[in-house]
Design a binder for this molecule. Structure first.
Ligand SMILES: Cc1cc2nc3c(=O)[nH]c(=O)nc-3n(C[C@H](O)[C@H](O)[C@H](O)COP(=O)(O)OP(=O)(O)OC[C@H]3O[C@@H](n4cnc5c(N)ncnc54)[C@H](O)[C@@H]3O)c2cc1C
Length: 414
């Protein structure tokens, strides 16, 4: 028997599950395929290695789809200040403070599996979403009737297939959508630690010629550190024994890092920039890392992926005659085929432009800060502003990073 759906979402990670939740309890019949379900959460478990800095737009999306409470009731850490400085800073540091933006906080650091769990919980309560905990064996893309075969031989047919299956997207390949891609000459070593100090409300980053060193606070006296360097240097660090690693960590990170009492876990991530040549085809849409991967130095990857999910949901609801109440621009929409280019074009038009802007900004940070020549040093001082002065450029970059600016879908607004 073939199961029929309006929408098949391949990948129930943070972005795919957000799309499903944004369409919960509508007329659309939705299948979500996700083989990796996180284990049940318990407050006394150690912090997971993978965490995300969620901005205000992401918080709004999660509030509007009813999962924010599920996230913060598990575990999260609010941050109100963000500080950046250079290794040989003669001009001092740049501090972004939530009060400068007229908001209570800049964002929250949350473990990825906590976000995914809160979303899966919400999905399980919806009457129109079916979760398949399976690997995908094959995808035959046919506009309006794509056939998906799962590892356990089940077959699904969907009018629209959404690739939310990450950087190595099977959906993208099955749809024949190419990518523009290059490797950054950098890897990120993510380190989950416990500290001698209690919970902090600041996230900071020191720029060095070999790459940034970053601190992200977690709840209690835990923290997540990110050590960027060339892949060979990261490989060497990964191979050190516990004592040698801790010594080198403490010696390499700036004094702003209080004493690290233990390394809980660590993992290395090669970094690449990747952008799908198209986000859509008739009957296909890509969201999140399946559409774009960017340098994580300013923590924007999942934030822009969540905007994709919110925007696509808005376009699909408008097309199926279930427009969101506050989306005036769709107030007079009539029913349309959700797999049609007429519907999907709007999603690509709005999201591609914004994602490209964020990607270019991350690339310029990467190029300007991973470089020690004179003119670029001058440029970065101008770009970030001199200690404490909130230049218009700095304010604009901050508003973009916080998700307060750009073509925001309705769900990302307060
Ligand atoms: C070191 C590092 C730090 C980062 N920090 C931040 C940060 O602070 N803030 C931020 O915004 N972003 C950050 N990012 C980026 C962020 O992690 C990604 O953008 C985000 O995980 C993308 O989510 P996604 O759901 O699109 O893809 P993924 O997280 O890759 O999820 C894809 C899902 O699809 C599933 N899947 C894969 N293949 C299949 C298949 N064939 N069938 C079914 N399911 C499949 C997988 O199991 C997975 O659950 C960071 C990235 C790195 C590397």
């Amino acid at each position: 028997m073939i199961n029929k759906f309006d929408l098949i979402i391949v990948g129930g990670g943070m972005v795919g599950a957000t799309l499903a939740c944004a369409l919960a309890d509508t007329q659309l019949q939705i299948a979500v395929i996700e083989p990796n379900i996180p284990a049940a959460f318990s407050l006394d478990q150690a912090h997971a290695l993978r965490v995300s800095a969620l901005n205000i737009a992401s918080e709004n999306i999660f509030k509007n789809i009813g999962v924010w409470q599920g996230i913060i009731s598990r575990r999260s850490c609010v941050y109100r200040r963000l500080k950046t400085w250079e290794l040989d800073a003669q001009r001092g540091a740049t501090l972004f403070d939530s009060t400068e933006q007229g908001v209570d906080h800049l964002g929250h650091i949350v473990e990825n599996n906590v976000i995914q769990q809160a979303l899966l919980e919400k999905m399980s309560q919806a009457n129109n979403i079916k979760l398949f905990v399976q690997k995908t064996r094959s995808i035959d893309v046919q506009p309006g009737a794509t056939l998906v075969e799962l590892e356990d031989n089940q077959q699904l047919i969907g009018k629209l297939i959404v690739g939310a299956d990450g950087g190595n997207s099977l959906v993208r390949d099955a749809a024949g959508i190419g990518i523009h891609s290059w490797d950054y000459a950098q890897s990120a070593l993510v380190i989950s630690v416990t500290m001698s100090t209690a919970q902090q409300d600041i996230t900071w980053q020191q720029f060095t010629p070999t790459g940034p060193l970053a601190f992200l606070p977690l709840s209690g006296n835990s923290a997540s550190l990110v050590w960027y360097n060339n892949p060979a240097a990261i490989k060497r660090l990964m191979a050190l024994n516990e004592v040698a690693f801790l010594e080198e960590l403490q010696a390499s990170f700036p004094d702003a890092l209080d004493q690290v009492t233990a390394v809980i876990s660590k993992g290395a991530f090669p970094l690449k920039r990747q952008h799908a040549q198209q986000y859509i085809k008739e009957g296909v849409a890509l969201i999140g890392d399946a559409a774009h991967m960017i340098h994580p130095l300013a923590g924007q990857g999942v934030n822009i992926g969540l905007l994709d999910a919110a925007q696509l949901a808005q376009c699909l609801l408008a097309a199926s005659g279930e427009q969101m109440s506050s989306a005036d621009e769709y107030a007079h929409s009539t029913r349309a085929d959700i797999s049609s280019l007429a519907v999907l074009n709007e999603y690509e038009r709005l999201r591609r432009r914004h994602n490209l802007l964020v990607m270019q900004l991350m690339d310029s940070f990467y190029k300007v800060f991973t470089n020690n020549n004179g003119p670029l040093k001058v440029l970065r001082n101008i770009g970030l502003g001199i200690a404490g002065h909130l230049t218009p450029a700095k304010k604009k970059v901050m508003a973009l990073a916080m998700g307060l600016e750009g073509p925001l879908p309705e769900l990302a607004k307060r």
